[in-house]
Design a protein around this ligand. Structure first.
Ligand code: PMP
Length: 316
């Protein structure tokens, strides 16, 4: 789909996956006007396919577009385009229990612009790929290192939207962590260097007794759709959930830690290393609360339990 300033997004067409043409002076290549989303389609036993809260991705892209001075498709256009793309690629949705179809909507400033300004034209496209687990550990516990020098987001910046530059910002710390054998990096706030923010591509939670805590969304953390869903699921399961400032010291003293995201779903954290000190959680790392939440969320997403929240969209 394309849109020029003052216009509406045109109806897009399905195309085979391949290279696209882009002006060397496009807004996305020169000034980083790019946003993306990520969602998954799961196959049910009856062959139908389920999407999970696609309108939330559409809304997040619209908020991001506003921050990045970009035009974006309407929620209806976004959701319709996702449905059409998934239906056209239904054969690539893995069988139940064997993974999912990852859906990647992209919005970019495709119009040419030389001086610093918003691009005059925007392109929205979607591509898909079958996927298994995000971390090589699968659903086994991941090991995080807390980064206190490099930051992914600053107050007033773009950390709270899903813009491409945020991901370029984490590559250095993430590559260094992976080279040392860690699964990913946990970022701290850049002002006090003390409060938890998030991991490179997922949100973080800690469990202490019956209380589940996660950093409050305040502009430097991506408002994850899995995060929001897990908060509701946890409350419905009788847990107390707090969204607040979470000091790193508290994390080191937690009973359980887990990450949430479309790609990682609910991933247990087996250990956190902070300033050379490694803290491990539980014997095998997959704590009972993380397991319970993982089980409810994944069964919901796969259509194995009743969807009382009306979160899934079924495609036949
Ligand atoms: N934080 C970051 C930086 C992410 O890239 C993601 C993945 N989109 C998340 C959190 C989790 O968001 P969601 O649950 O919507 O996938």
């Amino acid at each position: 789909m394309k849109c020029t300033q003052g216009g509406n997004f045109s109806k897009g067409e399905l195309q085979r996956f391949g290279n696209i043409e882009l002006s060397p002076s496009s807004g996305v290549l020169n000034y980083g006007q790019g946003l993306f989303e990520g969602l998954k389609a799961y196959r049910k036993e009856d062959g139908n396919v389920l999407l999970f809260r696609p309108e939330e991705n559409a809304l997040r892209m619209r908020l991001g577009a506003e921050r990045m001075c970009m035009l974006s498709p309407t929620v209806e256009q976004f959701v319709e385009a996702v449905k059409e793309t998934v239906l056209a690629n239904k054969r690539w949705v893995p069988p139940p229990g064997k993974g999912s179809l990852y859906i990647r909507p992209l919005l970019m400033g495709s119009g040419a612009v030389l001086g610093l300004a918003p691009a005059p034209e925007y392109t929205f496209l979607i591509f898909v790929s079958p996927v298994g687990n995000y971390f090589k550990e699968g659903v086994a516990p991941i090991n995080l290192i807390v980064e206190h020098e490099l930051h992914r987001a600053t107050p007033g910046g773009t950390g709270g939207v899903k813009t491409i530059g945020n991901y370029a910002a984490v590559l250095k710390a993430q590559s260094a962590a992976k080279a040392k054998g860690y699964s990913d990096v946990l970022y701290l706030d850049c002002v006090n260097k003390k409060y938890l923010e998030e991991v490179s591509s997922c949100n973080i939670f800690m469990v202490k007794g019956n209380v589940i805590s996660t950093p409050a969304i305040k502009g430097t953390i991506l408002p994850g759709i899995t995060r929001k869903s897990i908060i509701d699921v946890a409350r419905s399961q009788g847990f107390q959930v707090e969204e607040r400032l979470v000091p790193v010291d508290e994390l080191l003293d937690a009973d359980e830690v887990f990450c949430t995201g479309t790609a990682v779903v609910v991933s247990p954290v087996g250990s956190v290393t902070y300033k050379g000190k490694r803290v491990s959680y539980g014997e095998d790392g997959f704590g009972t609360v993380s397991q319970q939440l993982y089980s409810v969320l994944t069964r919901l997403q796969m259509g194995l339990i009743e969807d009382k929240m009306n979160w899934t969209v079924e495609l036949c």
